[in-house]
Every structure is written in structure tokens, then in C-alpha cells.
Design a protein around this ligand. Structure first.
Ligand code: 5RP
Length: 248
């Protein structure tokens, strides 16, 4: 018999996506094999990166390696503490050996959309300070064309939100202020900002789009991670692992 869980929000039964959890864990465990004794490791955010954080904790306990973590979010911070990963900061260690993080969309060239967990700014800073960035996900995150049928999250200074919305409209984007669940009002990021989820009809030249978005006063960071990731492990429905690589 199939296992079911109740989605109270929609009042209907949904089959539990067990294969996805296994796929995410398989990908995360493979990525953690890159972690070596003495490494400074960037700790990604989201449910897939959480498996990697747990595995790094196990490696520290059982294989007695010394690793220092730099969390990309409050979530990663508390997970690192729970799994016994000693932490450091970018001020103490401005160069990170390896970052393991999740993604919301991945194309074959390893360009990404990130930020559905709202941690995009710290994730991008940590990734750009890293010698190597490994992405972990299940295979449903792999897409032909980035940004098609998916919003691009953009972190915005609250003071500037109306101005940013009007500038994004001029670029042909449709921004939607991300709202919290369980509390009324906008999501506040770990940096005290808002998130706009922006859909674009035209996603042909993402490098140019990213450049234009970053030029808007009040835009802190975009969820477009272009030519940043080096490798990706994608767990498949059949239990296999897909590996994608990019030369820097
Ligand atoms: C958070 C992110 C996450 O890495 C992304 O949302 C993927 O999360 P998950 O592994 O839960 O699907 O970018 O800002």
C-alpha cells in the first residue's frame, strides 16, 4: 500500500515523494566525499544541503577530521551546531576550500537559480569565496532553459522596494513580494531584507538580465548563479547519480 500524507492546505491526499528524499541524500553524501581534513567548508541552505551538513558532522565525529564550517543561513547555522560542526567566519577565513549547496533550477552548463529558501545573498557570497562549489539536488531540478516557468528570487532593501518593483517592470519582469507562512507580512531575510520573486517572459540572455538587475538601486543580490558552480550531483528516481562538471 502506498504511503500518504495529508496536505492540510489543499485538503487532499498526496503521495509521499520518498524517492526524492533518497535522491537528495544520495547526492549530498557523494558531495561530502570531497571534504578533506583541514578544509574550510561552505554550508549551503535548504533540505538537500541539510543532508550534506549531517554527513559532514558524521565525518567529523567518526573519521576524526578537522573541518570548519561557514553557514549560508540561520538554518545552516543551527544545523551545523546540531551536528557538531565547528564554525568560523569569512573574516577569519576569506577563502573557502569547498562549498556544498542546493539549487532550485540547474541547466546543463551548471548555471543555477537559487533563493527559494531566501538565503541567496549569503549563498552567493560564500560560493564566490570558494575554490570549489558542488551543487546537490534531485534530478527534477535539471532544466533545459533556466528561468522558464520559474521565478528569479531577488533580495531587496525594504526602503527601496517600490522603486525596485517599478524598475523591474520596465525590464519586463513581474515581481511578487514573498510573504511568510505562519505570520502575516513579507519574508525578512537573514540580512533584514525582502525577497521579490520575479517572472520574466524573456529569459534568453541571463547574463545581461543579471547585469541590469544588479544595477537597480536597492537590489542586494539576484538568485541567478551564472558560471559559479563547478560540479553537480543529481540523485535520480531510479537510485542512480548524475554528475555534471564545468571547467573554470
Ligand atoms: C535557498 C536555496 C536552496 O539551496 C534551494 O532552494 C534548494 O533547496 P532544496 O534543497 O530544499 O530544494 O537556494 O536559498
Amino acid at each position: 500500500m502506498k504511503e500518504f500524507w495529508l496536505d492540510w492546505g489543499k485538503w487532499k491526499l498526496k503521495p509521499k515523494n520518498d524517492w526524492k528524499e533518497k535522491a537528495k541524500k544520495t547526492a549530498a553524501l557523494e558531495a561530502v566525499k570531497h571534504v578533506r581534513d583541514g578544509f574550510i567548508v561552505g554550508l549551503g541552505s535548504g533540505s538537500t544541503a541539510a543532508y550534506a551538513i549531517a554527513e559532514i558532522g558524521r565525518k567529523i565525529r567518526e573519521e576524526e577530521i578537522e573541518v570548519l564550517g561557514i553557514p549560508t543561513s540561520t538554518q545552516a547555522f543551527y544545523l551545523a551546531i546540531r551536528h557538531g560542526i565547528p564554525l568560523t567566519t569569512l573574516d577569519e577565513h576569506p577563502t573557502i576550500d569547498l562549498t556544498i549547496d542546493g539549487a532550485d533550477q540547474i541547466d546543463k552548463k551548471l548555471n543555477l537559480i537559487k533563493g527559494m529558501g531566501g538565503a541567496l545573498t549569503r549563498e552567493k557570497i560564500v560560493a564566490l569565496c570558494s575554490k570549489k562549489v558542488v551543487i546537490v539536488a534531485d534530478e527534477t531540478k535539471l532544466v533545459e532553459k533556466l528561468g522558464e516557468n520559474h521565478p528569479i528570487p531577488i533580495e531587496v532593501v525594504p526602503f527601496a522596494v517600490s522603486h525596485v518593483i517599478s524598475e523591474i517592470n520596465k525590464l519586463g519582469g513581474k515581481p511578487k513580494l514573498r510573504e511568510t507562512k505562519g505570520k502575516v507580512g513579507p519574508v525578512i531575510t537573514d540580512n533584514g531584507n525582502y525577497i521579490l520573486d520575479v517572472t520574466f517572459k524573456q529569459t534568453e540572455n541571463l547574463t545581461e538580465l543579471n547585469r541590469k538587475l544588479k544595477l537597480i538601486a536597492g537590489v542586494v543580490e539576484t538568485g541567478l548563479f551564472l558560471r559559479i558552480a563547478d560540479q553537480a550531483y543529481l540523485g535520480k528516481r531510479n537510485g542512480d547519480l548524475m554528475k555534471l562538471s564545468r571547467n573554470r
